[in-house]
Ligand binder design. Structure first.
Ligand code: UDP
Ligand code: MG
Length: 324
């Protein structure tokens, strides 16, 4: 099995030579053939030139992708994955906060049969108030909403079997949610404590605002992982709830009219009940539109609604194999 280490790079000129050395040291005892795909995400410093020089020295292992402008860490990671060839993909940061020395241990877990090995920075070396604390809250929130319990979604250092990385595209800041997607197609996931070092060179690119983006992304991820194949359940469920509410309110007004002779039209509850009822119908109609969209998505791209782990004695002319 061969290995691709994918690293997004944005203004990390001083870290790159150290990173390369550290990866080389870590790989010296590993049997796998390996490559490092470094993606320059439109750096404004000399990162790209440094990368070019390194790639000249070690053309066997180093591949460089230079993006035209700064597209963000997630897009850079996606570019790196697309340009890599390994069966196993390790993602890590370029800033030497992750330690390549942890990679062999992660490969061991993949060899044992896990599909995803998630690094967990037990002793995190970042500012407590702006980074570590919000991240802890975000991790427990993501874990409880998605049902995929991990201590450290934000740790980039993770190892993946390539199969669990295909079939979806990474948008926005979503690389941290890969384990949720992977788990939704049945990946076996394990957590592994990894080292974390303070940043020595360059600046951290993010602050507190990222936590807000993460929370917003969580809505999308939860929706897509739980309801993408059955949107009518969530839209329709909400719709039916609204209609029931509306019905109860109208029934209450009707009872008042019949037994206490109070006109329903004098109560503000009346227009509210009508509105909630309309909202309910709207919501169900939206669910139907979503069902159509979902079918277009799957059928136009020939995407199956399932994921296969293993095939035994399957004939090569089975429709599922021809579709690829
Ligand atoms: N990065 C990137 N594009 C960006 C911002 C960051 O490729 O727009 C890279 C950066 O060079 C580093 C990794 O993403 O390798 C993580 O960035 P950083 O260390 O600033 O994030 P933190 O460790 O603070 O979460
Ligand atoms: Mg960092």
């Amino acid at each position: 099995m061969n290995l691709s280490i994918v690293v997004p790079v944005y203004n990390e000129e001083d870290n790159l030579p150290l990173l390369y050395q550290a990866i080389k040291n870590a790989m010296s005892g590993v049997e796998n053939t390996w490559e490092v795909v470094l993606v320059d995400d439109g750096s404004r410093d000399n990162s790209l030139a440094v990368l070019e020089e390194l790639a000249r020295q070690d053309s066997e292992h180093l591949r460089i992708v230079g993006l035209r402008r700064n597209f963000g860490q997630t897009a850079a990671i996606a570019a790196g994955i697309d340009h890599s060839v390994g069966d196993i993909i390790v993602l890590m940061d370029a800033d030497m906060q992750n330690d390549p020395a942890d990679i062999p241990m992660m490969l061991e877990k993949i060899r044992e049969g896990y599909d995803l090995v998630s690094g967990w920075r037990i002793k995190r070396q970042d500012a407590f108030i702006t980074r570590t604390l919000p991240s802890r809250i975000a991790n427990s929130l993501i874990s409880s909403v998605t049902g995929v319990h991990l201590h450290d979604y934000g740790c980039t250092l993770k190892a993946y079997r390539r199969e669990v990385l295909t079939g979806f595209r990474l948008y926005g800041e979503m690389h941290r949610f890969i384990p949720v997607y992977a788990s939704s197609v049945g990946a076996k996931i394990i957590e592994l404590p990894v080292q974390h070092h303070p940043r020595k060179f360059g600046k951290a690119k993010y602050g507190l605002e990222r936590t807000i983006k993460v929370v917003l992304d969580l809505f999308t991820v939860k929706f897509l992982s739980s309801y993408a194949n059955k949107p009518i359940y969530i839209f329709g469920g909400t719709g039916l709830g609204f209609i029931l509410l509306s019905f109860l309110a109208l029934a209450y007004l009707a009872v008042r009219r019949l037994f206490f002779v109070v006109s329903p039209f004098s109560s503000p509850l009346f227009p509210v009940a009508i509105m909630v009822g309309i909202l309910g119908f709207q919501s169900i109609l939206m669910g139907l539109i979503a069902e159509m969209l979902m079918r277009t998505y799957h059928e136009s791209q020939g995407k199956p609604t399932y994921a296969v782990r293993r095939m035994i004695n399957i004939q090569p002319d089975a429709p599922a194999l021809k579709r690829r």
